[in-house]
Design a protein around this ligand. Structure first.
Ligand code: MLT
Length: 238
């Protein structure tokens, strides 16, 4: 099994999509929050790159669909929910369809629709994601969403965690150099992920916006068992 990690969406080419399973990682916070939302009872999730198309989708889907997401880390005006995992309680989202639009995460997801299988991964669901990958029987691409096309510390560490868990189940994978770098970074810091997450550029912005508890939540390993998986209906289910 070939496993390639891409540090940013700028590296994405067709060869990383065709006949492959792809995992998009935006640990702060989009893919962490979407994993939590499905675990807490959301019916399904559709992701959109832009605000206008999200609003148009809500008009099509009707009142059971909530508009979710952020720009600049803040809830988009007129949307129902922002991008904090703490907003996605069972009481708020049970049985709802969620339309997600975020700055980096859902844009990266929009670039991957040609892949055979699309999953959403993070540190919170790292082990569960690795199990899905080990079972899928395909070559694998790990796409870190990064921050505005730059490498991000938290996505790289989350990729390292997922690949370390994968390596434990499927020991004969062939990794690209970026995957090896991510695994090394994770091994060296496996017990200090919260402290490391807090140092990253995007975390600093979230701290400034009083979202430090989101950063600490998203730095927790393997606390979520759901792995959003893109299905034929165009929605992510778990
Ligand atoms: C994104 O997609 O850029 C992030 O999830 C931003 C955020 O932390 O809300």
């Amino acid at each position: 099994m070939h496993v390639d990690l891409l540090f940013t969406p700028l590296e994405l080419q067709e060869i990383y999509l065709q006949n492959r399973a792809i995992v998009i990682i935006d640990a702060l916070r989009a893919t962490s929050t979407m994993s939590v939302a499905l675990q807490n009872g959301a019916d399904k999730i559709i992701t959109k790159a832009g605000i206008e198309e999200s609003i148009a989708t809500q008009k099509e889907l009707g009142a059971n669909a909530l508009l979710c997401g952020e720009r600049g880390g803040l809830i988009i005006p007129g949307f129902d929910l922002g991008n904090s995992p703490f907003e996605y309680t069972n009481q708020t989202i049970s049985g709802k369809t969620l339309i997600f639009c975020t700055t980096n995460g859902t844009k990266a997801i929009a670039m991957t629709q040609q892949a055979d299988m699309v999953f959403l991964g993070a540190t919170v669901n790292g082990q569960a994601t690795a199990k899905k990958l080990a079972a899928c029987g395909k070559d694998i691409t790990i796409l870190c969403a990064g921050t505005e096309n730059k490498v991000s510390l938290e996505d790289t560490l989350s990729g390292g965690l997922i690949l370390t868990e994968l390596c434990a189940i499927a020991p004969h994978c062939q990794y690209n150099d970026a995957a090896l770098i991510a695994m090394q970074a994770y091994h060296k810091n496996a017990e200090e992920l919260p402290q490391l997450f807090l140092q990253g550029k995007h975390a600093q912005k979230l701290i400034h916006l009083k979202h430090e508890k989101d950063v600490l939540f998203c730095a927790q390993k393997n606390t979520v068992q759901t792995v959003p998986h893109l299905c034929a209906d165009g929605f992510f289910h778990c």
